[in-house]
Every structure is written in structure tokens, then in C-alpha cells.
Design a protein around this ligand. Structure first.
Ligand code: FMN
Length: 287
């Protein structure tokens, strides 16, 4: 493992929920580093639905702690992760498909805060046992924000002792992990009828899954999914050694510009038109 990977593995290994804090505030720069870490978390569809409310003292801090049975001890600061529903205007607020993705976004932001806190030597813990409407009122949140997770923060009572690699970690991980191993996707396959049939069936699987998903997806994803279908066809050609530089360039373009295609219909038109021009040329149409 590289030094960087070792350092990260150590932070992940040592992180534990802190529920009892020593005296001392969390400095503004530390809180900013934690919020920055949360802001950098991945978020589905580029929506950025998570908003952060930082409570570093004052009556609101005390009151939010009191409205939260899940907060044990007296943390010096809180970061309240809120979902801003106005970031997902295309779907119903109560739609489980929307909540699913947005909650994962908040979870990713939460974990970035917890790991950064660990790296900074700050005690931290996630809390979801709190009264949401009361916390929303106490913080005077906009009506379309829901407080979803509170991260408690405070000084450690005693410095964290690095945890050794547990002897039975492999066994414990084995109990919760299923492995499927085999050849890599890009492994070359000879062009024989069985492989060609599998390539078509897999493309059909993608197309059916994309069609099903698209019924529920945001407007704008349809053209992207179709371009991705074309990409997958190229990937099969690559496996058979039949793709060339033109097709690979198209491949990379869809990968690089996919999100823009979903957001900007003009861009979707340009990328699709370019693909059509490429294919017409290759098929000798108008050549
Ligand atoms: C979604 C979520 C909600 C949680 N809510 C609470 C909570 O309300 N109060 C609390 O003390 N701990 C809460 N926890 C912390 C878990 O109890 C803790 O992560 C778990 O026991 C594993 O311990 P560790 O994080 O120290 O490894 C929560 C954790 C998660 C991921």
C-alpha cells in the first residue's frame, strides 16, 4: 500500500463514534475543514442537495441537543446535514426514489465529516435520533429543507490510540462479503457466435434496464442513456478487437461529457449529431 493509502486506512480503522467529550471548543478553521470535506462528497445527478448548518455555540446549540435524544454527552459543536428539496424539483418530495438518492448523498457527506474529524483528532458521531420538525423550527430552516443527520463534534477526552489491525478482520469481512471473480470486462474475446450472442444479450439487458430506469429518471437522462448504449456497443467491439480510434474517441467523449448532456439539451444535440455523422461516414452514407 502507498503511504497515502496507509494513512487513509489508518483513519478509517481508528474512527469510532464519540459520545462523551472533553472540554474545549472546535475552532472555526476546523469546522470549515469539516464542511469542506462534506461539500466534496459525491452527490447523485450532480444535484448537490445537502445543506449544512453549523452550530458552534449559543442557545440554539443547547436547544438542538435537547431536542435530540440520540445525542449523548455535551458536544461543543454540531453540523446539521439538511436535505434541500428544492434541488430535486422534478420529482415529488415524498417519492421514495428521490429520497433514496438524496439520503445516500447525505450519508456520503456525513462519512467525509467523520473521517476528516478523525484525521484532525476531533471526536465525532452521527445522530439520526432527533425530532426533525422541532430542529427545523429551532434553526428556522427554509420550508423545503429537512434536517436529516446531525454530526456531533467535541474534544476527545483522551487522545485516540491507534488501533492495531485486528487478527480476525478477514474472517469478519468474509462473513458480510460475497465475491464474484473472473475475467476483466476488457479482456479480449475471440469473435465466435456464442460471444457475439452474449454481447447482444448484454446490450439488450442494458437497453431494457435503461428503458425501465428512464421512466423514473430526471428529464434529460434519456439521450444520455441512449448514447451510453452506443458506448456499450463500442465496448463489445473493443472486446472483439474491432473498435478503432474513432470509436474509442466517441467512447471517451460520452464518458467525459455525460453529465452535461443530461443538463443541456443543446449539448445532447451536438453529441448525438456528431455520433450520427461518424456513423454515416463509417457506413458510407453520403461519402
Ligand atoms: C445512520 C446512523 C444513525 C446513527 N444514529 C445514532 C444516534 O442517534 N445516536 C448515537 O449515539 N449513535 C448513532 N449512530 C452511531 C452508531 O451507533 C455507530 O456508528 C455504530 O454503533 C458503530 O460504532 P462505530 O461508529 O464506533 O464503529 C448512528 C450511526 C448511523 C450510521
Amino acid at each position: 500500500m502507498s503511504e497515502r493509502a496507509e494513512a487513509l486506512a489508518g483513519v478509517i480503522r481508528d474512527r469510532r463514534v464519540t459520545r462523551s467529550y472533553g472540554p474545549g471548543a472546535i475552532a472555526r478553521e476546523e469546522l470549515e475543514a469539516l464542511v469542506e470535506a462534506a461539500y466534496r462528497a459525491p452527490h447523485g445527478g450532480g444535484r448537490r442537495p445537502v445543506k449544512f448548518v453549523v452550530l458552534a455555540g449559543g442557545p440554539q446549540l443547547r436547544r438542538v441537543i435537547d431536542a435530540s435524544p440520540g445525542i449523548l454527552g455535551r458536544p461543543a459543536a454540531l453540523i446539521v446535514l439538511c436535505l434541500d428539496w428544492s434541488r430535486a424539483p422534478h420529482l415529488e418530495i415524498d417519492d421514495p426514489r428521490t429520497t433514496h438518492s438524496l439520503q445516500i448523498d447525505a450519508g456520503a457527506a456525513m462519512e467525509n465529516i467523520l473521517l476528516t474529524a478523525e484525521a484532525l483528532g476531533i471526536g465525532a458521531g452521527p445522530v439520526t435520533s432527533f425530532n426533525r420538525p422541532t430542529v427545523a423550527r429551532l434553526l428556522e430552516l427554509p420550508h423545503d429543507w429537512t434536517p436529516l443527520i446531525i454530526v456531533t463534534l467535541g474534544r476527545l477526552k483522551t487522545p485516540r490510540v491507534a488501533r492495531p489491525q485486528d487478527d480476525d478482520i478477514g474472517v469478519r469481512i468474509g462473513a458480510v462479503t460475497t465475491w464474484h471473480e473472473g475475467e476483466a470486462m476488457t479482456e479480449k474475446a475471440p469473435v465466435d457466435p456464442e460471444h457475439v450472442r452474449d454481447a447482444f444479450l448484454e446490450l439488450m439487458l442494458y437497453l431494457a434496464a435503461a428503458a425501465r430506469g428512464n421512466v423514473d429518471e430526471q428529464v434529460g437522462y434519456g439521450p444520455l442513456r441512449l448514447l451510453e448504449g452506443a458506448q456499450r456497443a463500442v465496448r463489445s467491439l473493443e472486446r472483439f478487437g474491432l473498435a478503432d480510434a474513432d470509436l474509442q474517441a466517441f467512447q471517451e467523449r460520452v464518458t467525459a461529457e455525460g453529465m452535461k448532456v443530461t443538463k443541456d439539451p443543446d449539448h445532447a444535440r451536438v453529441v448525438a449529431d456528431d455520433l450520427l455523422a461518424l456513423l454515416s461516414r463509417r457506413l458510407g452514407v453520403g461519402a
